[in-house]
Design a protein around this ligand. Structure first.
Ligand code: FES
Length: 81
């Protein structure tokens, strides 16, 4: 059984198995990702780092691909970036 990693998604605590992606962790608490410049909701599309639709802010660093980033203990993720 995998160890659990604790992080925050939009300020909400969540625990997911070690090795999970940030996108998977986000799916535990919300389906809301960023909003495009014309107001359209965006969400992960390819799941393999190509489309950049899953961009989030991680520990203050903007435009990180949630699908390509593994969770880390204490990570802070903001989805509407
Ligand atoms: S879902 Fe396409 S880059 Fe993350």
């Amino acid at each position: 059984m995998s160890a659990l990693v604790r992080l925050q998604i939009n300020g909400q605590p969540v625990e997911v198995p070690e090795g999970a992606s940030v996108a998977a962790a986000i799916a535990q608490v919300t389906l809301h990702f960023r909003t495009s410049v014309n107001g359209a909701p965006r969400a992960p599309l390819c799941g393999m780092g190509v489309c950049f639709e899953c961009r989030v802010r991680i520990d203050g660093v903007a435009h990180q691909r949630a699908c390509m980033t593994p969770v880390r203990e204490g990570m802070r993720v903001d989805t509407d970036d």
